[in-house]
Design a protein around this ligand. Structure first.
Ligand code: 5GP
Length: 110
């Protein structure tokens, strides 16, 4: 069980910003910006490489949830990131969309 499954099961506390039957949105425990949310599907999908054809609606829901939550928090400018694989610094192998806001960002990312 990953840390996110434990959070969704209520075994580990988290600051929950939003949840529905498909996703949960929590605040990252180690925020890299004033706002740093994780949009996590309840379905266990380890990485972007594991997204299947039947997941397309769910992936769209991750983004529409991100924009709705960020609008609610008053942010129109933010960065959305999926880290895919250890080489891209993914550390929790349960798909999650990072959503960061509240500071200026540079490009390219490190
Ligand atoms: P990744 O490195 O896999 O792209 O992102 C995993 C994220 O999960 C990291 O930003 C990390 O800070 C966050 N994280 C790890 N453990 C916990 C936890 O127990 N609670 C919360 N809220 N975030 C966590």
């Amino acid at each position: 069980m990953t840390i996110f499954e434990k959070i969704m099961a209520g075994q580990i506390p988290a600051r929950i910003e939003f949840e529905d039957e498909h996703v949960i949105v929590i605040h990252d425990i180690s925020p890299q910006a004033p706002v740093h949310l994780l949009v996590i599907p309840r379905k266990v999908i380890p990485t972007v490489n594991d997204i299947g054809g039947s997941d397309q609606e769910l992936i769209g829901h991750l983004f529409s949830t991100a924009s709705r939550v960020m609008r609610g928090l008053g942010h129109t400018d933010y960065r959305c990131v999926f880290n895919c694989g250890a080489g891209a610094q993914q550390t929790v192998f349960h798909l999650h969309l990072h959503v960061l806001a509240g500071r200026s960002f540079s490009w390219p990312p490190g």
